[in-house]
Design a binder for this molecule. Structure first.
Ligand SMILES: Cc1ncc(COP(=O)(O)O)c(C=O)c1O
Length: 446
């Protein structure tokens, strides 16, 4: 490796003075990368990260750890909402991708594909009930768009009922189904969308009628603060949908693929949705891929209109290879038990933290390793994100409920690493309490 480049466009000289590519990581000092980001990508984001005290640039990454460009190590308890379910650069997926690169490319989405057929067959085997078909997209937002288009096309109805504080992505239909805060600058959005309080079955009953194409919920709404619905909620939603001819779409972009200690979060409620949306962790964090998986009868619409949604990078052959390798990992015997065991270990630690910091910690909610650590008030969430960053843990507050810290470590986290996070949380709570006592304001309020 030659001298690090000093400025954009500098040629790095390798052994013998030959020009060689800049190193991918660390070609410039961290502070200068932050400046470049502010100058060429987003000054607004850099301002927020600086306020949160987290303007670190991820560099080397491996397993549950990320090192910033200054060499500081963090445990990633954000996992990009589940993208890194298997940790960073999981060897099984990375190796599958490397091998595939010798033979495959993205493929042509208009043509047939051996890899897409193979992945769809595996998903048909693994998804609940008679979910049979899969349509692939690059992002979760686009997958939710496809799910809603499919529901409207299949039922011939316009209505979509979703949750207040829900999050399904920032593309057209998905945005229309999401929370007001992200929508308000872009109105008017799609007509026909109604929102109800999540978990309120009477509100669902009132909202769903013979004009409703679909009810769409995140099985466990993440951005709302990891909210667990009552035991009878989904069975009742299923009944309402059936009785009024509406489809049930469950968005498991964050909650699916083992995150809750079950393969699918909805398994806890024993309900089969008509459409299940997957994303994030689909391809081990090394390739963008999402999926819309749906029941046999719903395909009637796509059968009549097989080219009605086109997306050049949807179901790329390379992504399908990664997804198959990822599924093999999460289907290994004992994988889901491990998720639950680590979740229980966290929960015991949360109880100790609540005992030690009774004024600051309000409680927690948990399914597997999908966890909200709830603080006493909203301003404490951004403070905790700041304080955790200072203590070597990446974790964020929930956008729509800032007091709820999302603790979403990679599912492969080990007991010693769980303890490391819990120790860091203890120190971070001390720091937050010190900031409150000193009258320091919250670094950022969403
Ligand atoms: C539950 C849920 N659905 C959909 C999306 C959108 O996925 P993407 O960012 O890949 O478009 C997200 C993203 O955070 C999500 O959390």
């Amino acid at each position: 490796m030659g001298e690090p480049a000093k400025a954009p466009g500098d040629i790095v000289r390798g052994p013998g003075g030959a020009a060689c590519p800049q190193p991918l990581l660390g070609a410039k000092p961290q502070a200068s990368v932050v400046e470049d980001f502010a100058r060429y990508v987003s000054p607004g984001r850099v301002e927020v990260y600086r306020a949160l005290g987290f303007d670190a640039v991820p560099g080397r990454r491996e397993g549950v750890y990320v090192w910033d460009l200054d060499g500081r190590r963090y445990i990633n308890c954000r996992s990009s909402g589940g993208v890194f379910n298997l940790g960073h650069r999981p060897p099984a997926v990375v190796n599958a991708l490397k091998e595939a690169l010798d033979v495959l490319d993205i493929g042509d989405h208009m043509l047939l594909s051996e890899q897409r057929a193979r992945l769809a067959a595996r998903l048909a085997e693994l998804t609940p009930g008679d979910i049979t078909y899969s349509f692939f997209t690059p992002s979760g937002g686009e997958a939710c768009d496809v799910a809603i288009k499919l529901a409207r096309g299949y039922t011939g109805r316009p209505g979509v009922v979703s949750a207040i504080d829900g999050y399904h992505g920032h593309t057209g239909f998905a945005l229309s189904a999401g929370d007001t805060r992200f929508k308000r600058h872009f109105e008017p959005l799609m007509p026909g969308f109604t929102q109800v309080p999540f978990g309120d079955i009477d509100a669902v009953r009132r909202a769903v009628d013979e004009t409703t194409a679909a009810v769409i919920f995140e099985t466990i709404p993440a951005t709302a603060g990891i909210i667990i619905p009552p035991d009878d909620f989904y069975p009742a939603v299923r009944k309402i949908c059936d009785s009024r001819g509406a489809l049930l779409i469950l968005d498991e972009v964050q909650a699916g693929l083992g995150r809750t200690g079950r393969l699918w979060a909805i398994d806890e409620w024993g309900v089969v949705p008509d459409i299940l949306v997957l994303g994030k962790g689909m391809s081990g964090g090394v390739y963008p891929l999402s999926a819309v998986c749906y029941r046999e009868h719903v395909d009637e619409f796509f059968k009549r209109n097989p080219f009605v949604h086109l997306t050049s990078f949807g179901g790329a052959d390379l992504g399908c290879v990664c997804a198959l390798a990822m599924l093999d990992e999460i289907c290994r015997p004992g994988f889901l038990d491990h998720v639950e065991e680590m979740g229980v270990r966290f929960e015991r630690g949360f109880a100790r933290l609540k005992e030690k910091h009774p004024e600051t910690v309000a409680g927690w909610r948990r399914r597997g390793l999908m966890m909200a650590f709830e603080l006493a008030e909203d301003k404490l969430g951004p403070m905790m994100t700041y304080a955790l960053g200072k203590n070597g843990v990446i974790a964020v507050f929930s956008d729509f409920r800032p007091r709820a810290m999302q603790i979403m470590p990679p599912l492969i986290i080990q007991p010693a690493e769980v303890d490391e996070v819990l120790d860091a949380m203890d120190r971070a709570l001390d720091l937050v309490e010190g900031m409150v006592a000193a009258g320091v304001p919250a670094p950022y309020i969403p």
